[in-house]
Ligand binder design. Sequence first.
Ligand code: HEC
Length: 124
Amino acid sequence: MLAEVMIARMISSLFLLMAASCQTSYDDGVKAPLSEATQMQSRGEFLAEALCSGCHAIADGEVSPNPEAPTFVEISDRDGLTRETLGDFLHDSYNFPGQMNLEVSDEDADAIAAYILTLRSADD
Ligand code: HEC
């Protein structure tokens, strides 16, 4: 009788152990650290929402609240646009069109440029 109870306990703790190890590997997959590029892009999206979305459509399918402001999708699809040219433009806020009366730090400019580049359509 005692032996049976012990065996039953051993079996159930074995199952618990197996369940626990499955759980761990599942968690590892979910919590895998985001790549640096992805982190930058999502920071850029956050900044674009906070700083730019008052005038520009910042996501696919949106219409710019300010009709004079091109959508970020349009900007991303411009010929010759790269993360460098866009980053440079955003770094030099004195070049901004008159209505864009704001300043962006270099770090934020890079993140926003990284985000805008994600909107580029795949076929060019
Ligand atoms: C107050 C409104 C306003 C805000 C806020 C604003 N923009 Fe603009 N932006 C404009 C307008 C209007 C134009 C178009 C001006 C023109 O074509 O003369 C423009 C143009 C641009 C262009 C294209 C410039 C070019 O070469 O034609 C880029 C890139 C841009 N904005 C990025 C941004 C980013 C990034 C932010 C947020 C950090 C931002 N804008 C915030 C109004 C705004």
